[in-house]
Write a protein that binds this ligand. Structure first.
Ligand SMILES: [Cu+2]
Length: 809
C-alpha cells in the first residue's frame, strides 16, 4: 500500500573525530594507500532540504532478499563465530598478527532460482545467509577464508561452512603474504641510511621519528614475487612520499591538503619480506636516478663519489591545494549559479526499510556491501523484469612506468572496500539539495559503520529535451527527467562517483566518474610513461578498468547475445544494371557458446550488442531485447597491458571489453576483495567461468568494463576533473516495445501555431509549478555535514554504542 507522509530528515546523524587510514586498519599490506588527513574537523551531521518535506513511501511487494545485514544480524553472526572453538577467534580489539580474527561479515546473495520462486511464484522468502571473511593469523602460513553462515537468524540449525559455492579457490581460502606489519622495518632500514636520505631528499632529520614525520614509505600493490635459487620470495618495492604538508591557504589559515600522491621523491627501496620472521627480511636493492644498486654499501659508495647524479626532489607547495586561485574572479561568477529545485516534492515512492524504489514504471531493490558498495537488483520496467542484478564488481587502477613502484602497482579497490569508503554526499554538489538519502551499513573488524547519505536518490532534469519536433504548424517536445541513484566512494587518493540513471524511454545508464588526486611518479628517464606535469613530476600513465555485472533477464530470462555490426559491402543489385555499389549492411552474429564469451567493441562504434529473447519476437518478427552502448569519455575500456604481471590470474575480467557467461549461483562476482593477497592464486578466477557452456537461449550474464586510459596532464593538477574522467554504458530497449515508451509521459507539450501566432497549446495534463519557491528552503547548511556512525560488535551492546569512528569519512 502506498502512503504519502511527511517526515523530517531521513536519519542522518553522527559524529566524527580524528584522522582515518585510507584502508581498513585490519588489512595488513606493504605500506598503505595514501592517507586522507583532515585533522580536527568538527563533529558534524548532514540533514536534508527540499521545497516540501513530502516523501511518498510504499511497501515493497516482497521483502528485499539482498537487504544488507543489520547491526543486530552482524552482531549475532560475530557472536556465533566466536562461539565456534575450532575457529579460535580473538576479538579484533585484542588481536595481533598471530591471532585469528574476523575481517568482514556481509550478506550473501540467495540463489537466483529461490528468489525468482519467491518473487514470481508462491515460493517463500529465501533463507538468509551471511558470508564471513576470517583472517587466520595463528599459523606460519596465514590465510583468509570465506565462510557461509546461516540460515539467519542464528538457531541450532545455523552452520558455518567454507564458502566454496561462490569462490573458485580451494576451500574458499587464500594465502596472505603480508600478515605482519612491515612499515617499521622499511622505516628502520631508511633510518639506517639517514645521511643519504637527508642529503638526496634535502631534509634535516635528528631521529627516526623525524623521518616518519616527514615521509611516508609505501609502494607496490599487490606484492611481487621472485624466484631466487629455486625458492619463491615475497618482494616489496617502496618509495618515499612527503607526508601531507600544511599549506597557507588564501585566507591565511593553515590547511593540510591530501597531496601526498603528488610528492614522489624518486628514491626506491626493494625488500624481501618473505616469511613471518622480520629478522629474516632484507633490503635487496636501491633505485635512484634510474641506477640500481644491489646493496646499501654499493649505493653509499656511488653517493660518496664525485659526479653522483643528484636529483631535485618534489616539494610540497600551494600547487597541491584545491582551493580557488587567489586574485582572479571570473565575470559575474560571484553571483549564485543556477540550481535545481523540486517544486512539488519527491516524485518517486520508496520503501526505506526494504530499500525499494518505484519511479515512472521502473522498480528496483538496492543492496550494499563492504567490498563493492551499492548494487541494484530486480530492475523492472513497465511490469517486466529487465535486469536481475546490476553492480560494480571490481575497480582496477593499473599503472606502468620505468620505476618499480609504478610498474608494480595494480590496485584492486574492492580490497580496500568501496563500501568502506562510500562517503556522505555533499548536497548541492554531489546531489541536488532535495535528494533523498539512504544510509549504508558495513561490518568490518567487528565494527558496524553506517554512512549517512551514502546513497542519494533524486530526479534530475537532463537539461535537454527527451524528444522534439518542429513543423510549420506545431512543435512537440517532452521533458527529459531522469531518476538518479548515486554513491560516492573515496578510496585512497581517488574519488569515484557511481550513478545509475533511469530514463523515461526505458534506458538505464551506468556511469562512473573519477576525481581526487592522481598517483604520480618521479619524472626521470620515464618520458614514455606520462607527461611532465610539475617540476620533477610525471603524471604516471595508468588504466582504470571497472567491471560491472549485468544479469539481464529479458522476458523470462532465457536470452541470447546478438551482435549486429554495421559493415561496408560492395554489392550489385537487381536494379543496378550489374554495376556494383559501395554501401553498407548489417552483419548478424550470435554468441552461442562461452568459448566466444570474451568480446571487444568493433572500431567506429559499429557493433550493436543486444541481449534478446529469441522465443518471444514482437509482432513484426524482430527479437525484443536490450542493447548495450558505450557512452561518454573512455567507455568500454579494458586494461591495455596484456597478461599483466601484477594481476596474474586475478585480472581475467580486465582483458576484454565485455563478456557473456551462463548464469550460475557459483559465479556470483567477477572478482574477490581478497584476490589482492595472492593474485597468482586468486580467491575468484574469472577465467574459470568460461568453460564452453552453451549460451544460446540460456540465463546469461553480461560483464562489461568501463574506464579510461588515464594519461594525466597539467589539468589533473591539483585534482582530476569529472568532465573527462568518466565512462558510461547505456542499456536501452531495442525492439522491446512497439514504439517509444516515453509517449506515456505527461510532461510534454505541443504548441500549435499559424503563420504568426500560437493558436493552442496542449499540455496533456501536465501542471506548471505554481506559487513561490523559497530558496532558503533549498539551501543546505554545510555545518551539518556528517561522519559515519560506528558501533562495536564484539562484545555487542546496542544500548551503549561504542563509537570508534576515526573521521568524518
Ligand atoms: Cu586515473
Amino acid at each position: 500500500m502506498r502512503t504519502s507522509i511527511a517526515f523530517a530528515i531521513l536519519g542522518l546523524l553522527g559524529s566524527a573525530l580524528a584522522a582515518p587510514m585510507p584502508k581498513a586498519d585490519w588489512v595488513k599490506k606493504p605500506g598503505y594507500r595514501p592517507k586522507m588527513h583532515q585533522p580536527s574537523r568538527r563533529a558534524l551531521y548532514v540533514d536534508q532540504v527540499a521545497e516540501t518535506t513530502t516523501y511518498p513511501t510504499t511497501t515493497a511487494p516482497k521483502e528485499n532478499p539482498w537487504l544488507y545485514l543489520s547491526n543486530d544480524e552482524a552482531a549475532a553472526v560475530i557472536l556465533y563465530l566466536h562461539d565456534q572453538d575450532v575457529l579460535n577467534l580473538t576479538a579484533v580489539d585484542d588481536a595481533g598478527a598471530w591471532d585469528n580474527s574476523i575481517l568482514v561479515v556481509d550478506v550473501s546473495p540467495p540463489k537466483k532460482a529461490d528468489v525468482k520462486a519467491y518473487f514470481d511464484g508462491n515460493g517463500t522468502k529465501p533463507e538468509r545467509y551471511a558470508v564471513a571473511s576470517l583472517m587466520f593469523g595463528a599459523t606460519e602460513e596465514p590465510f583468509v577464508q570465506d565462510f557461509l553462515v546461516g540460515p539467519l537468524p542464528i538457531t541450532n540449525a545455523t552452520t558455518f561452512v567454507p564458502d566454496t559455492g561462490s569462490n573458485t579457490a580451494a576451500n574458499a581460502s587464500i594465502r596472505v603474504y603480508d600478515a605482519d606489519a612491515s612499515y617499521d622495518y622499511y622505516s628502520d632500514v631508511a633510518w639506517g641510511m639517514a645521511d643519504i636520505v637527508s642529503d638526496l631528499l634535502n631534509v634535516t632529520m635528528d631521529t627516526e621519528d623525524d623521518l616518519n614525520d616527514i615521509f611516508s614509505i609505501w609502494g607496490i600493490d599487490p606484492l611481487w614475487r621472485e624466484t631466487v635459487d629455486g625458492e619463491e620470495r615475497v618482494i616489496s618495492w617502496v618509495q618515499f612520499w612527503l607526508n601531507e604538508p600544511e599549506i597557507t591557504a588564501d585566507d591565511g589559515t593553515q590547511v593540510t591538503f591530501d597531496g601526498q600522491t603528488l610528492t614522489p621523491q624518486g628514491l626506491y627501496l626493494k625488500f624481501d619480506i618473505t616469511g613471518r620472521d622480520s629478522s629474516l627480511w632484507s633490503l635487496k636493492g636501491i633505485l635512484y636516478a634510474d641506477e640500481f644498486y644491489e646493496t646499501e654499501d654499493e649505493f653509499r659508495a656511488a653517493w660518496s663519489a664525485p659526479g653522483f647524479n643528484k636529483l631535485i626532489p618534489n616539494y610540497a607547495g600551494e600547487w597541491l591545494g584545491t582551493d580557488k586561485v587567489p586574485n582572479v574572479t571570473l565575470p559575474l561568477e560571484t553571483l549564485p549559479p543556477p540550481m535545481q529545485v523540486q517544486p512539488a516534492g519527491q516524485r518517486f515512492y520508496i520503501d526505506p526499510d526494504q530499500k525499494y524504489v518505484e519511479w515512472m514504471g521502473f522498480t528496483f531493490y538496492l543492496s550494499f556491501t563492504r567490498d563493492t558498495g551499492m548494487s541494484l537488483y530486480d530492475i523492472n520496467f513497465q511490469g517486466d523484469r529487465i535486469i536481475y542484478e546490476l553492480g560494480m564488481q571490481e575497480a582496477v587502477a593499473h599503472y606502468a612506468g620505468n620505476d618499480p613502484v609504478q610498474s608494480g602497482t595494480a590496485y584492486l579497490d574492492s580490497y580496500y572496500g568501496f563500501g568502506m569508503y562510500t562517503v556522505t554526499q555533499v548536497p548541492g554538489f554531489d546531489m541536488p539539495t532535495y535528494g533523498t538519502c539512504l544510509d549504508s551499513n558495513v561490518h568490518a573488524s567487528e565494527v558496524s559503520k553506517q554512512h549517512p547519505c551514502a546513497i542519494s536518490i533524486f530526479e534530475s532534469d537532463a537539461g535537454y529535451a527527451l524528444q522534439r519536433h518542429s513543423t510549420s504548424s506545431y512543435v512537440s517536445t517532452t521533458k527529459n527527467i531522469a531518476l538518479v541513484v548515486r554513491s560516492v566512494a573515496t578510496v585512497g587518493n581517488y574519488d569515484y562517483t557511481t550513478s545509475y540513471s533511469f530514463f523515461l524511454d526505458g534506458t538505464i545508464e551506468v556511469m562512473i566518474q573519477a576525481s581526487g588526486y592522481i598517483q604520480s611518479a618521479y619524472y626521470y628517464a620515464n618520458e614514455g610513461y606520462g607527461y611532465k606535469i610539475h617540476d620533477n613530476l610525471s603524471g604516471s600513465m595508468h588504466d582504470h578498468s571497472l567491471n560491472y555485472k549485468v544479469d539481464f533477464d529479458i522476458l523470462g530470462g532465457k536470452n541470447t547475445m546478438i551482435k549486429h555490426s554495421v559493415e561496408p559491402v560492395t554489392k550489385a543489385f537487381k536494379w543496378s544494371n550489374g554495376v556494383e555499389r559501395n554501401t553498407m549492411h548489417i552483419v548478424e552474429k550470435e554468441i552461442v557458446n562461452e568459448d566466444h564469451g570474451k568480446q571487444f567493441w568493433g572500431a567506429n562504434g559499429k557493433d550493436h550488442v543486444i541481449v534478446v529473447n529469441k522465443d518471444t519476437p514482437n509482432k513484426y518478427g524482430e527479437y525484443r531485447g536490450y542493447r548495450m552502448s558505450p557512452s561518454k569519455g573512455g567507455a568500454g575500456m579494458h586494461v591495455t597491458i596484456a597478461n599483466s604481471t601484477n594481476l596474474a590470474n586475478a585480472g581475467g575480467f580486465t582483458t576484454h571489453a565485455y563478456y557473456v557467461t551462463k548464469h550460475h549461483d557459483s559465479e556470483t562476482r567477477a572478482a574477490s576483495a581478497w584476490s589482492d593477497y595472492d593474485p597468482w592464486n586468486p580467491m575468484r578466477d574469472f577465467n574459470t567461468y568460461f568453460d564452453g557452456e552453451d549460451i544460446e537461449q540460456e540465463d546469461i550474464v553480461v560483464w562489461f568494463n568501463l574506464g579510461m586510459h588515464h594519461v594525466p596532464h597539467t589539468g589533473d593538477i591539483p585534482n582530476t576533473v569529472m568532465t573527462t574522467a568518466q565512462s558510461a554504458m547505456l542499456l536501452t530497449p531495442n525492439n522491446y516495445f512497439l514504439s517509444d515508451p516515453s509517449r506515456q509521459v505527461t510532461n510534454m507539450m505541443r504548441i500549435n501555431y499559424g503563420a504568426d501566432n500560437v493558436s493552442t497549446v496542449d499540455t496533456f495534463g501536465s501542471v506548471a509549478p505554481n506559487g513561490t519557491i523559497n530558496l532558503e528552503n533549498n539551501l543546505w547548511d554545510p555545518y551539518t555535514y556528517s561522519g559515519d556512525v560506528a558501533v562495536r560488535k564484539f562484545p555487542y551492546d546496542p544500548t551503549n554504542p561504542y563509537n570508534d569512528t576515526e573521521s568524518i569519512v
